[in-house]
Unconditional design. Structure first.
Length: 183
């Protein structure tokens, strides 16, 4: 399917992009300004509730499963300490992929230390950017990245300070790397 749609893809259908934006805003994840009242009203007219408790059928792209909870068989250990919010999306046909978002009251450095131990414990080979690279990005102690590989699986984690409240936002993107055996 040409338009497999997830948050962040440039040519996302306007309605799906709106749902993604509202999900991020309602979870306190988005770093941009809250949508204006007229935008919220237009979304409500399309059937999207502000708190994302109800989604119209058009908001779930074919071949995609959305959930507020992360399944127990998720291939990466899930951070569980002081969690205030979780969401999960995965493909149900085509290339295997999944994404989880977790909000916790714990600081980014604490979460980063957890994953630096949890990933190797789960059999993942990990890479983190050098201190020099992270210094160029800035926000030391507020932003961390980890990449993991295991057989033909890949995972990318970002851990950022939560702008809306004390704590962190964890984004985990997992996928099957079809080119892994060709390397």
């Amino acid at each position: 399917m040409k338009n497999r749609i997830l948050c962040g893809i440039k040519n996302a259908a306007p309605k799906i992009a709106a749902v993604c934006a509202m999900t991020l805003f309602s979870a306190g994840i988005a770093n941009a300004q809250q949508p204006t009242a007229d935008v919220v009203e237009r979304l409500r007219a399309m059937g999207v509730s502000k708190d994302m408790k109800s989604l119209p059928s058009w908001a779930v792209p074919p071949g995609t499963h959305l959930s507020k909870s992360i399944p127990t068989n998720f291939p990466v250990e899930v951070y569980r300490s002081n969690v205030t919010y979780t969401s999960f999306v995965n493909s149900t046909n085509g290339a295997a992929s999944a994404a989880a978002s977790i909000m916790t009251r714990d600081q980014p450095g604490v979460v980063f230390q957890f994953y630096q131990s949890a990933l190797p414990r789960g059999g993942w080979a990990t890479q983190v950017p050098s201190a020099e690279a992270m210094a160029k990005i800035g926000k030391q102690g507020q932003f961390f990245m980890i990449r993991g590989t295991k057989d033909i699986q890949s995972v990318n984690l970002t851990i950022t300070a939560n702008k809306g409240q004390p704590g962190s936002v964890i984004s985990i993107n997992w996928f099957i790397d079809r080119n892994a055996n060709k390397k």
